[in-house]
Design a protein around this ligand. Structure first.
Ligand code: PMP
Length: 355
């Protein structure tokens, strides 16, 4: 990141971006589709997915398992696309049966869902939801921001037509790249339209530059591209199956630790995400005081969003982390929790990691 930037249309820059793109294809199982790497945050990727691939003549059904699911609805409404939203009880995912029931009533052309909902720690059953959506001839749009490279997310195997994601979470690099995988159906949806109400986020504007990055559309964020390439090579060298198993193991070990401290996720046990956890505070525990105590020990956790503000904390356990970092996270929780039995959480986590 700190190296002098390469000229963004140089052959060296092109080689780096193409290598990163090819590796990323493998990570997201977008073997026959197109990949876009656009300077921007995850929300830009969401907007690009919606504006390019969702038919504004039909309804976009949003499966909103929490705050970030709702964001799809905000984006679509901003573009005048009719939206319907299905919301489960907090901590659960919309189920394939609920999706089936809604799609049976007709009118829906595309279904948007969040793979891992960062506000509730819910892992959605994406493969099953996409199967139902396709049975009703709906396009599937998946937000992978909190899942990509930490949870299996193979577009072709899972039926994801458009994957929108960001660079800063389980991929393991800084914020700043909006990443898109557009599969065959996503491409057909874009091709069915003469134009879209976007310029910078029109995938057709970026298309040539993604195939041959020496061709200019807008300036590639070269230092981020370098970080992206490094991150992708690390992911591939670990191996996708091992990486996903490690995330599951770390998620389980973290939760074993907090359970030993009498804490519990807000998430229904059927939907626990491997990449992060949303943990309910015991009655009377002050959110700001807890998080400030965590910070004093060098560990940053996030607070709750929307109706969960003040009621939970959210801990990430994703990216290129090791056992020691999970133990350190649990140790910090233990020390920030008034009255916790010293060592109880760490011992349970260590047992889960080694057992
Ligand atoms: N979707 C999910 C699941 C997220 O967790 C986030 C960010 N936390 C976003 C979308 C939005 O991404 P960004 O903040 O990078 O725009």
């Amino acid at each position: 990141m700190a190296e002098p930037p390469l000229s963004h249309t140089s052959p060296e820059a092109a080689a780096l971006l193409l290598r990163a793109i090819n590796g990323f294809r493998e990570v997201i199982g977008c073997r026959t589709g197109e990949v876009f790497v656009i300077p921007g945050s995850g929300t830009a990727a969401m907007e690009a997915g919606v504006v390019n691939c969702v038919d504004p003549q039909g309804t976009l059904l949003v499966l909103a398992n929490g705050y970030f699911g709702e964001r799809f609805a905000h984006v679509a409404r901003a573009h005048g696309i009719p939206v319907d939203v299905v919301r489960p009880v907090t901590g659960r995912s919309v189920t394939p049966d609920e999706l089936e029931a809604r799609l049976g009533r007709g009118g829906v052309r595309a279904v948007a869902m969040t793979h891992v909902e960062t506000s509730t720690g819910v892992l959605a059953p994406v493969t099953e939801l996409c199967r139902v959506a396709h049975a009703h001839e709906c396009l599937t749009l998946v937000d992978g921001v909190c899942a990509t490279a930490g949870v299996e997310e193979d577009m072709e195997a899972m039926g994801i037509d458009v994957l929108v994601t960001g660079s800063q979470k389980a991929i393991g690099m800084p914020t700043g790249l909006a990443l898109l995988g557009v599969g065959t159906r996503g491409r057909a949806a874009r091709d069915a339209r003469d134009g879209v109400p976007a310029y910078y986020l029109d995938v057709n504007c970026w298309r040539d530059s993604m195939r041959d990055p020496t061709r200019y559309f807008a300036t590639h964020a070269m230092n981020l591209v370098r970080a992206f390439d490094t991150a992708i090579q690390l992911i591939l060298s670990e191996g996708l199956a091992s990486r996903y198993a490690r995330h599951r193991r770390h998620g389980d070990a973290f939760r074993a630790g907090i359970e030993a401290l009498d804490l519990a996720p807000v998430t229904d046990p059927r939907y626990l995400a491997p990449t992060m956890s949303a943990v309910r505070y015991p009655p009377g525990l002050n959110d700001a005081a807890f998080r400030s105590a965590m910070k004093t020990q060098g560990v940053v956790v996030a607070g709750g969003l929307a109706e969960l503000a003040g009621l939970i904390f959210r801990a990430g356990h994703m990216g290129n982390i090791d056992d020691a970092q999970v133990l350190r996270l649990v140790a910090a929780v233990e020390r920030s929790l008034p009255g916790a039995k010293p060592g109880a959480g760490v011992e349970a986590t260590a047992r889960a990691l080694h057992g």
